[in-house]
Design a binder for this molecule. Sequence first.
Ligand SMILES: Nc1ncnc2c1ncn2[C@@H]1O[C@H](COP(=O)(O)OP(=O)(O)OP(=O)(O)O)[C@@H](O)[C@H]1O
Length: 444
Amino acid sequence: MSQLSPVLSMVSPQESFGEFRDNGLRLDGPPSGLENVYDYEPGGHHPVHIGDVLNGQYRVVDKLGVGGHANVWLCRDVLQESTQYFAIKIIMADASFHECHELRVYRLLHLGLAKTDAAELLCLPVGRFDIHGPNGCHFAIVYPVLGPSISRLAPILKWEDSGKALRGRCSQAVKAMATLHSYGICHGDFRPANLLTRTKGLAGLSEERLAQAFGSSRTTKLVQVAAGQPWPASAPRYLVRSVNWDSQVSGDADFGFIDVGVCVADFGESFDANDLPEDLSIPQEYRAPEYILDKRLGIESDIWALGCTLFEIRTGRRLFDTVDDDPDEHLARIVKMLGKFPEPWWSTTWEARRQYFDDETNIDGRPVSLDWWSGDVEQAGQKPARVPHSIEDALTRTTLHDAHHTMSRDEVLLFSDLLRRVFRYTPEKRISVEDILEHAWFRI
Ligand SMILES: Nc1ncnc2c1ncn2[C@@H]1O[C@H](COP(=O)(O)OP(=O)(O)OP(=O)(O)O)[C@@H](O)[C@H]1O
């Protein structure tokens, strides 16, 4: 979910209050990978401890992830005789309101997607309940348990032919989007972080065995800044670090609980292709130029994000990596790689263009970048340009020194051909998701 509630949409707690938000607690350890301590207050996260039973049915066994507006807990269904695990996403109280974006996933259920062959490619909810706690009322959505993001697989799995395996994951990603598009739904936030792997072998596994597999004592205590106060009901006694999937794959060919199939999650930004939103919270790197420049969204902007995602899955690198999510730098990187924008974008719409490129192109028709642009030191004659000047160049560079993502010259050419069809500036000329699936790159 990437949507912001009225209260939580404030830029950052620090900026909004002019000082650090403080609930009187601090972590007794490093904060990396943990939710914000100050989000444990009315309107924020529900305080959870390992062993808590949610809704009289789900015992919390571990933590699966931390998002902008929710924590995801690994829970065992205590009402079932056989051991079954679920992922329970508990949304912050201030984000648990009727139009909560997380609930958009139910549109997929209403359309009957759970009954299609493609259902296993989509992370669909299997239940829902509310939690009334000290910080308010929280939506809790029950999902199947998924594994790590697809983009982390290549370095941690020891595939014999990682090229083939990664193209297979790409094909599943395309099929998932093709299914959504065939139902008139755009995902809206299609990117590797929202493409998780499925899991296997969890059903029937004891909690002890699970704890052994993921390791215990991944908690960090919370302590009170001013000692002697009563412990606030709004906060847990400790925060829990999310499961470390790497521990599941450090061994041999057995990938532990990870099933390498792709499952698309997070439909919080999804929209109806016939009822387009004005805004989207997809991160800058995956935004199509027509959205950045014209605020135009549609099936084609989903396909642009899919192209970025395919590149990232296959190469392990971001295609358009920007510093500080700067839209102008992003556009400059796109132009550097794909060429001059059409009018009126080039001369009028993109106001900052003259900070990056000359008006005229060179004799090859390529845009001439201004030499002081920090993203491109080509003209200083010192180091090679840091920004790739074509898709082919990007593919060659990113895979050159990375054993997990090496590509043959033939594959570079075929994959560049596919991506050039994806990254057409005119949205209507962009390749459709069905035609992507037919491309020769998938048949290498
Ligand atoms: N079904 C699931 N199974 C296992 N892990 C999950 C599942 N759903 C989410 N996660 C993990 O929890 C993390 C947080 O989930 P998610 O990104 O959906 O939260 P969010 O608050 O909606 O995020 P944001 O608003 O930042 O996009 C994910 O990055 C993922 O690692």
